[in-house]
Unconditional design. Structure first.
Lengths: 204, 204
DNA sequence: GGCTGTGAAGAACTTCACAGCG
DNA sequence: CGCTGTGAAGTTCTTCACAGCC
């Protein structure tokens, strides 16, 4: 039985809250507290967690370590994922640096670009290679997640290139909608669209 | 009658497709074509557009210019919105540069940071000022949208600061969930959370 | 004839109320 | 007695089928 999509979007939220609770030495939480931290309803939270199995103890709440492990394992956050970034402009560089702060959940392994000025420079400890070298690097390096931070014109080509080398899941930040069909998962995170939604809400 | 939230998230998508069609000289589209471009179902699209009024002509489809104007006006995309960016690292710089490509829909007016190395430098034609000067600049400059691209530690403080100077809508890219209550709209766009969702889907 | 607009059916998610267990 | 787990009710969004208009 697959998890409802909205539940999946909330699990990372819960995980982050549990991380914080764990760091501050807590050992258990009740649904009300955790729900408030995550900004969702307590009913909703309990339903979400119930999908994952019987994780709580009635009367006292949820064991933080156990819950954290369970959610981590479901999300795949207990492994290290290789990440390849295409497009090493300001955006790509920002993500490259961010990845080193994700405590071994995500490891930057490859940076690609086509700009001769950037090739062979080192960003966040990784050498920038030309797109041409993608095949060799990605296939031997095992499964990767992809991040696309190229200009909009080349985003779709890059996405197809990544897919052709076995990258099934990617994040696209270029202001173009990319859809590679059901075999590949592309999450489009378009700042322009976000801004338009802000402006709508700003108009009452 | 307010629009359903899912519809609102799709309108910017439609608008972008209409922009493209308009540029390539088309004058009308039918729901099927437009739906495919936007990656949604044709039924869904027609329902969305029906919320906005009777915009199509039966038998031939939708007039592109008219539809574009209508959606633009609803989203507020026919005005120019002032944007203030807090945190001028790689991420902030990338957004600053991006804004100049949004053809007058969004105008970068203010850059704020606290790093002495960045203060008084110029990025995308705008001088970087200290957070202390926010009040004066934002209040006299009129309504603004805010973008938060600071490190996570300072993101919440910055958000509150922005809100205190009348910025009601913001985009937060720091990996911290920010919620300022119902009076302010904060959209949290957290790359870390997106990556976790990718890894979930990658695990089948 | 072709394509939109729409009420009705259906699916998905959220909220509720309380049973069930520690 | 407290808090979770869950079937049922309620709500919201999507899909459908076709009437309505060009």
């Amino acid at each position: 039985m697959p998890l409802p999509e909205p539940t999946i979007t909330r699990l990372p939220l819960y995980l982050r809250c549990l991380d914080r609770l764990h760091e501050s030495g807590e050992v258990a939480v009740d649904s009300q507290t955790l729900a408030q931290m995550a900004g969702v309803g307590a009913h909703n939270l309990r339903k979400d967690l119930a999908y994952l199995g019987n994780l709580g103890t009635r009367g006292s709440g949820y064991d933080i370590v156990h819950l954290r492990e369970t959610i981590s394992s479901i999300l795949g956050a207990d492994r290290t994922w290789n990440v390849a970034i295409c497009g090493v402009g300001n955006l790509g560089t920002a993500f490259a640096k961010y990845l080193s702060s994700t405590q071994d959940r995500f490891m930057l392994t490859n940076l690609f670009d086509v700009d001769p000025q950037k090739l062979d420079t080192t960003v966040a400890g990784i050498r920038v290679l030309h797109n041409d070298q993608m095949g060799a690097r990605l296939i031997e390096g095992g499964p990767h997640l992809g991040i696309i931070s190229t200009p909009p014109e080349s985003a779709l080509d890059v996405a197809r290139l990544l897919a052709s080398y076995g990258v099934r899941s990617m994040l696209n930040f270029a202001p173009v909608h990319i859809d590679l069909g059901p075999a590949n998962l592309v999450r489009n995170v378009d700042v322009g669209l976000h801004l338009l939604m802000l402006s709508y809400h700003e108009m009452l």
